[in-house]
Design a protein around this ligand. Structure first.
Ligand code: NDP
Length: 253
């Protein structure tokens, strides 16, 4: 995407990013901070989260805040608790990037371990729903809130072997569409980003044989992540965007 954001695009914005300890989420959190946002980092690993927090604090912009939370443990109650704690510190949220996710196993559905299915659904779908429900009141206090979900090409067209992950991403697309329709007359836009094959830990586990140097890095995707979080996308809602338009799904060639 050819998008040149203004350097103060996210000044005074408060944005929560899930899965901010690694990969695309870490890069998005750093990028949002670089463009002026106060960023809340959510992740399950305190040490890794603190590394992101430290990198943000070294930018000498707004300091970051960490919320240590394992999404596999998410319930409606503990997500409400997180929202209540945030409400003590922040008057509102301008953006939430639901980025955390797991892949599960790449095997035919017939062989998929039901426990793996449950873990994938818990983290990629249930936790995303509980957290969204809990955070909506804070998001609706923004004059232009942006709620972004993370999808995948296998969340639009099913592919052999991609099992629970593909199904969870179809659910993510559905959640985005329902919410976008429900809030179309309010100051909240809801969209999906499909990163496309990107050089991260998750990608390496899905395609261990692939030459990672042929993949885009998380930093390469950031124009779209900025566009959808900033004011230039105010009128966009209910859409599923590709961070790498035209990229053919599957292994890098
Ligand atoms: P990574 O595996 O590199 O990072 C995932 C992030 O989510 C990490 O910060 C991880 O934390 C966090 N996370 C995972 N499980 C939990 C949990 N139970 N509780 C809290 N945090 C958790 O993945 P990517 O950066 O590659 O992927 C980011 C998103 O993009 C995902 O939704 C993925 O499905 C999607 N995507 C990625 C593509 C790619 O090619 N990379 C392509 C299409 C979609 P920790 O550091 O503790 O592991």
């Amino acid at each position: 995407m050819h998008y040149q954001p203004k350097s103060d695009l996210l000044n005074n914005r408060i944005i929560l990013v899930t899965g901010a300890s690694d990969g695309i989420g870490r890069e998005a959190a750093l990028t949002y901070a670089r463009y002026g946002a106060e960023v809340i980092l959510l992740g399950r690993n305190l040490e890794r989260l603190q590394l992101t927090e430290k990198a943000i604090n070294q930018l000498n912009k707004r300091p970051a805040h960490s919320v240590v939370f394992d999404l596999v443990q998410a319930t409606p109650e503990n997500c409400q608790h997180i929202a209540q704690q945030l409400a003590l510190q922040f008057s509102h949220l301008d953006g939430v990037l639901h980025n955390a996710g797991i892949l599960g196993e790449i095997v035919p559905l017939a062989e998929l371990d039901p426990h793996v299915w449950q873990q994938v659904m818990k983290i990629n779908v249930d936790a995303t729903f509980y957290l969204t429900q809990a955070l909506l009141p804070l998001l609706l206090k923004s004059d232009a809130g942006s709620l972004i979900f993370t999808t995948s090409s296998v969340g639009r067209t099913g592919r052999s072997g991609w099992g629970a992950y593909a199904v969870s991403k179809f659910a993510t697309e559905g959640m985005m569409q329902v919410l976008a329709d429900e809030y179309k007359n309010q100051h909240l836009r809801v969209n999906c980003i499909n990163p496309g094959g990107t050089r991260t830990k998750m990608r390496a586990s899905a395609f261990p044989e692939e030459d990672a140097n042929k993949l885009k890095t998380p930093a390469d995707l950031m124009p779209l992540y900025l566009y959808l979080m900033g004011d230039d996308s105010r009128r966009k809602t209910g859409m599923s965007f590709d961070a790498q338009p035209g990229r053919k799904p599957g292994a890098a060639e």
